[in-house]
Design a protein around this ligand. Structure first.
Ligand code: GDP
Length: 318
């Protein structure tokens, strides 16, 4: 792959280049990702990024598929990044399902991609911000990042979008569970999906009760919307709420503040990855092993040992 050619391709909106650069980002080869992000970052910031999170089974993929269709009806080009919590090898199955599910994939204005969240660095969705950069630079109006709201990191990734949807369903991943998982705080829009099922009204009431306790009178009040995603019902109201949230956030400091938080997380992750890499560069752990003798023999303490390694990390480049 010639990275420079594919970068041009993405900027020209070519799907094959988009697919290649997303694969490169997912593979995570440092020099390539660096080149891609440096070239594309100046061309980003235009897309409305939307995070969708919620427990497995609440209907996120169905909802996302319907949201894509609704955004298309509004004339927008949409990319979806489904962050798959399972192993990198099962990503294809999920994508296959989506492709079957979303009949709008034949349309040039839609691009759906799934990505494993656990890369070989052992970290989480570390490639997600970089993948969003590629999709944004490709000129999509809306970029949806769908994550399973099970781990803190998955929830965090969804919360870094301009607008975040938290999906719940009666009985599964209900309001109390969501509160425990810490996903309520990140919501700009709540969706109680499977509104055709018994218990939906109770979930709405529980949620309302929790929101009343935490309401910020000067802030955005997250609406609670009912959907039957499998029939596409209520999805237009979700799209409306997302539009309203974007307008609200863009009129004030909120969208910029959110983007600053996203930048902070991204830069911090890059720093931590560099530290890990340099640590390995220090004689593949030999330097660490050497100071451990001193720690164990009580000639030095763990903090001083760490300081001596950090000093060396600063001076020795990878
Ligand atoms: P995800 O794991 O959160 O992505 O959930 P899926 O989108 O895969 O949906 C899980 C199951 O719920 C599937 O069998 C869907 O067909 C079904 N489902 C999705 N939305 C609704 C709905 O609004 N009502 C009902 N009854 N079932 C739904």
């Amino acid at each position: 792959m010639d990275t420079a050619t594919e970068i041009e391709g993405v900027l020209a909106g070519r799907r094959r280049s988009l697919a290649r650069l997303l694969s490169a980002v997912e593979a995570g080869e440092e020099q390539t990702v660096r080149e891609v992000v440096a070239a594309l970052h100046p061309h980003t910031g235009r897309a409305h990024t939307i995070g969708v999170t919620g427990s497995p089974g609440v209907g996120k993929s169905t909802l996302t598929g319907q949201l894509v269709a609704e955004q298309r009806r509004r004339g927008r080009r949409v990319a979806v990044l489904a962050v798959d919590p399972s192993s990198p090898f099962s990503g294809g199955a999920l994508l296959g399902d989506r492709v079957r599910m979303a009949d709008q994939v034949m349309d040039d204005g839609v691009y759906i991609r799934s990505m494993a969240s656990r890369g070989h660095l052992g970290g989480l969705s570390w490639a997600t911000p970089q993948a969003v950069t590629v999709m944004d630079a490709a000129g999509f109006d809306v970029v949806v990042v769908e994550t399973v709201g099970v781990g803190q990191a998955e929830v965090e990734i969804a919360s870094l979008a301009d607008s975040t949807v938290v999906a719940l369903a009666p009985g599964m991943g209900d309001a109390v569970q969501a509160a425990k998982a810490g996903i309520l705080e990140v919501a700009d829009v709540f969706v109680v999906n499977k509104a055709d099922r018994e218990g939906a009204e109770r979930t709405v009431r529980e949620l309302q009760g929790m929101l009343d306790m935490t309401a910020d009178p000067d802030g955005w009040t997250p609406p609670i919307l009912r959907t039957v995603a499998s029939r596409g019902e209520g999805v237009d109201a979700v799209a409306d709420a997302l539009d309203r949230h974007l307008t609200w956030a863009s009129d004030g400091p909120h969208r910029q503040a959110r983007r600053r938080t996203a930048a902070r997380v991204q830069v911090r992750e890059i720093v931590l990855a560099a530290v890990r890499r340099r640590m390995r560069g220090l004689g593949d752990g030999e330097a660490l092993e050497a100071v451990l003798d001193d720690v164990v023999a009580r000639r030095t303490d763990p903090y001083s040992a760490a300081d001596s390694l950090l000093d060396r990390l600063g001076t020795e480049t990878s």
